[in-house]
Design a protein around this ligand. Structure first.
Ligand SMILES: C[S@@+](CC[C@H](N)C(=O)[O-])C[C@H]1O[C@@H](n2cnc3c(N)ncnc32)[C@H](O)[C@@H]1O
Length: 203
């Protein structure tokens, strides 16, 4: 059977893990560290996919991890059960219409999802809404380069990368400004270091 990244609406879970599991993992580690999770914190992870980040959370916090894809969530569930991650619960939810009350979470993480959702600004607004004032939001993603030549290349490639499910030319500063998020720190992650873990304060 031929496997495509886009099977089941978004990605085929097994193929996804093989291609994007290990190479993008240093970024997940840096992003969870950047959340600065304290004991008892309520953490939301948006677009958890197959829960590749789940084992990185401290056991003393409570994690709600959401995704839109049933097949990704099935593989996520198997991983969470296999690893005994009882502090992580998985739910089906749309990043652009989160089913949580305002200020429900202390920390919010979006690992490699902002360039995948059709409306990144709406997803960021929802993440801000459900994060309590004084909380922290970390966005892990590839963003359009600040270097003009590189940015042109990314813009040119974006119509192609959309075929495998993501945009290569997401422009971060205007998005964060429109979403009302203040950048605290940007760390370059992975190899090559063309991804960023962006820590934002929810004022
Ligand atoms: C590139 S994968 C990232 C998976 C995982 N976070 C990781 O670290 O590899 C993007 C994930 O976002 C999910 N996704 C896409 N649109 C979404 C939406 N509107 N709401 C929630 N999840 C969404 C996809 O199903 C997919 O699992």
């Amino acid at each position: 059977m031929a496997l495509s990244l886009h099977e089941h609406g978004y990605y085929h879970p097994t193929v996804y893990d093989l291609i994007f599991g290990a190479p993008l993992h240093p970024g997940r580690v840096a992003a969870v560290a950047a959340l600065g999770i304290g004991p008892g914190d309520q953490v939301l992870e948006v677009g958890t996919g197959t829960a590749l980040t789940a084992a990185l959370y401290p056991r003393a916090c409570r994690v709600t991890a959401v995704d839109l894809s049933a097949s990704m969530l099935r593989r996520a569930k198997a991983r969470v059960v296999r690893r005994g991650l009882t502090h992580v619960r998985l739910l089906a939810s749309d990043a652009t219409h989160l089913t949580f009350a305002d200020a429900s979470f202390d920390r919010v993480l979006a690992p490699y999802v902002i360039s995948v959702v059709p409306d990144p600004l709406q997803a960021l607004r929802e993440m801000r809404r459900v994060c309590r004032p004084g909380g922290r939001i970390v966005i892990l993603n590839h963003f359009r380069s600040a270097r003009p030549l590189m940015a042109d290349v990314e813009r040119a490639l974006s119509p192609l990368t959309r075929h495998i499910g993501f945009r290569a030319d997401v422009d971060l500063p205007p998005l964060l400004e429109a979403a009302g998020l203040r950048t605290v720190r940007i760390q370059k992650v992975n190899w090559p270091p063309i991804w960023s873990a962006v820590t934002c304060a929810r004022d």
